[in-house]
Write a protein that binds this ligand. Structure first.
Ligand SMILES: NC(=O)c1ccc[n+]([C@@H]2O[C@H](COP(=O)([O-])OP(=O)(O)OC[C@H]3O[C@@H](n4cnc5c(N)ncnc54)[C@H](OP(=O)(O)O)[C@@H]3O)[C@@H](O)[C@H]2O)c1
Length: 211
């Protein structure tokens, strides 16, 4: 699958690494000149089954992963405007406040729902990857178990596309329902973050449903 990732930080790098292992063709878009090119160069040759990576500046792919902070999403939407129309926008954010002890979104909403409100016509927002830490995405596993990627969204086909992307990369996709479930995924993300100190796993843990 062809996928664009906007953002070249921890999650941009981690998700690109994983998608490349799944044979996907990744385009990286950075913020400051040179960062996307440098990351693409670093990750070049790490793909499997035809997975490839390049740096770009225009969005051509149907799936666009926003690997940026929640606070930067409005600027991103303004910057890319119509290029985001009719795309699947994957919101991976945990909208934590400055002290990391609460969410900065209003009660009864979520970062994903706020993104859907400002996204251009035809864009379909899907919440995914917010409960997976960057370091664990590099290997795709914790304790020999593939990571669960919880997916929420109102467009069934968009969710299926993101699920295929996730599964292609050796992870388990779990459809948890409509976009409003993002409120609970973001709460879960916060809980997972704040558990790190008690667990002492240094962001090496995973949230997984076992049966
Ligand atoms: N880190 C994790 O383990 C983790 C886990 C789950 C979810 N998340 C979520 O993932 C998101 C990214 O986290 P992160 O740890 O990857 O943060 P990060 O390392 O700080 O990376 C953020 C990236 O966003 C880029 N950026 C900001 N504005 C941009 C713009 N207008 N256009 C293009 N790129 C832009 C930054 O570019 P510059 O550096 O050039 O400014 C940077 O590459 C956050 O929403 C976070 O809540 C993180």
């Amino acid at each position: 699958m062809n996928v664009t990732i906007i953002g070249t930080g921890n999650m941009g790098r981690a998700i690109a690494t994983r998608l490349l292992k799944g044979g996907n063709r990744v385009t990286l878009i950075g913020h400051e000149p040179g960062k996307a090119e440098a990351l693409a160069k670093e990750l070049a040759g790490t793909g499997k089954d035809g997975g490839s990576v390049t740096a770009g500046s225009r969005i051509a792919d149907e799936v666009v992963i926003l690997a940026v902070w929640y606070q930067h999403q409005p600027a991103l939407v303004a910057q890319y405007g119509e290029q985001l129309a009719n795309k699947i926008l994957v919101d991976i954010s945990n909208p934590v406040n400055d002290t990391y002890d609460d969410l900065s979104t209003k009660p009864g909403s979520s970062a994903a729902e706020e993104l859907a409100k400002i996204a251009p016509a035809g864009a379909r927002v899907v919440k995914a990857f917010n409960t997976t830490f960057g370091g664990t995405l590099i290997t795709g596993q914790v304790d020999d178990q593939p990571l669960d990627v919880f997916i929420a969204g109102d467009d069934v086909e968009a969710k299926k596309t993101v699920a295929r992307l996730v599964e292609s990369s050796g992870l388990r996709a779990v459809d948890v329902g409509p976009l409003k479930r993002a409120r609970h995924l973001e709460g879960l993300g916060l809980l997972h973050i704040t558990s790190q100190f008690a667990l002492g796993t240094n962001f090496g843990s995973a949230v997984k449903i076992l049966a």
